[in-house]
Design a protein around this ligand. Structure first.
Ligand code: DGY
Length: 323
């Protein structure tokens, strides 16, 4: 039997690429550079499945060609707002993602950012590397304790819950949650969490606010100048979700004028470019989208894509079908 033809748009961990090569007629992007719109147009005609990542912008125009062969977009990642899912649905295509397997590592990174921002880790490291450290002193680079503080979570899906577990059980933090749909009280109890009705209610109460909602048009600039103003001047904003959720210009202003204390960011609107005003803020910790970047998780994400593809081509509904 002929194997389905699949396109892997970026380099994946070796073990996963080997498993894909075994099971499919696979094309790998050896250069690991993001593919162009023209590359995708060609791929839509020639392969049965495209395996994209967050760096591939698969917009509506790509779905317009009459002679499309592609039947499934098996995304490597949990977020899929880089794919126009309505256009995919219109063409009867299936889209899958890779939830669960990256929740722990992304939550670990949110905690890392919280600690880095509150304890001024990047500032300290820059000082040591630049040869500027003059030695220990009682008032040097004082930060903020995170234990026992109040953490606000915007979005309480799998990743938000893993953050709550770490924050509450590890650091004794009080957890408040803003989530569009009601959360099962038993789940909230497990993390000592309380659900609040609105962002307006959440933001003024929190020492840390961590974003775990989806990206995309609905949540674009959910955190804007007005909402940043509702945060305490001593509070920190953490974003491991999607860049567009935050108005970065407004955030840079809040950081520069210290109307909030700091931020820890892993994602950016228009990444890999980062707003220059943010780069100028010493009280921002800036990481290059590392949320799921561990050997274990990146392999698990790849094997989850393979599972989804195998189900699809065997005529079963893939477990991570999003449309
Ligand atoms: C995700 O899975 O959405 C990560 O941000 C990487 O794409």
């Amino acid at each position: 039997m002929t194997q389905p033809r699949v396109l892997v748009t970026r380099r994946w961990p070796e073990a996963v690429e080997a498993a894909i090569a075994d099971r499919f007629d696979a094309i790998f992007n050896e250069s690991d550079r993001p593919l162009s719109n023209d590359d995708f147009k060609l791929a839509f005609k020639e392969v049965d499945a495209i395996l994209p990542t967050v760096t591939d912008h698969i917009g509506a125009s790509l779905f317009e060609a009459a002679d499309t062969r592609t039947r499934i977009l098996a995304n490597y990642g949990v977020g899929f707002n880089h794919i126009d899912v309505d256009a995919a649905k219109g063409r009867g295509m299936v889209v899958t993602n890779t939830p669960d397997v990256l929740s722990e590592c992304t939550a670990d990174l949110a905690m890392t950012l919280m600690l880095m921002a509150a304890r001024r880790v990047s500032e300290g490291e820059r000082e040591v590397r630049d040869g500027e450290w003059s030695g220990w002193r009682p008032t040097h680079l004082l930060g903020t304790k995170i234990s026992g503080k109040t953490l606000g979570l915007v979005g309480f899906g799998r990743i938000g819950r893993e953050v709550a577990r770490r924050a509450h059980h590890g650091f004794g933090m009080t957890v408040k949650v803003f989530n569009r749909s009601p959360v099962d009280p038993a789940v909230l109890r497990a993390f000592g969490a309380e659900q609040v009705a609105s962002l307006e209610e959440l933001l003024p109460q929190c020492d840390f606010v961590s974003l775990h909602c989806q990206g995309g048009a609905d949540n674009r600039h959910l955190i804007d100048a007005r909402r940043l103003n509702q945060m305490k001047p001593t509070a920190y904003l953490i974003n491991t979700a999607r860049g567009e959720v935050v108005d970065e210009k407004a955030l840079a202003q809040a950081l520069w004028f210290e109307t909030i204390a700091g931020a820890g960011l892993d994602v950016y609107d228009g990444e890999p470019s980062v707003h220059p005003d943010l780069r100028a803020c010493d009280n921002a910790v800036l990481l290059p989208h590392l949320g799921s970047a561990t050997f274990e998780t990146r392999e698990a994400m790849g094997f989850r894509v393979i599972e989804n593809l195998q189900d699809f081509f065997a005529g079963r509904t893939p477990r991570d079908r999003v449309i």
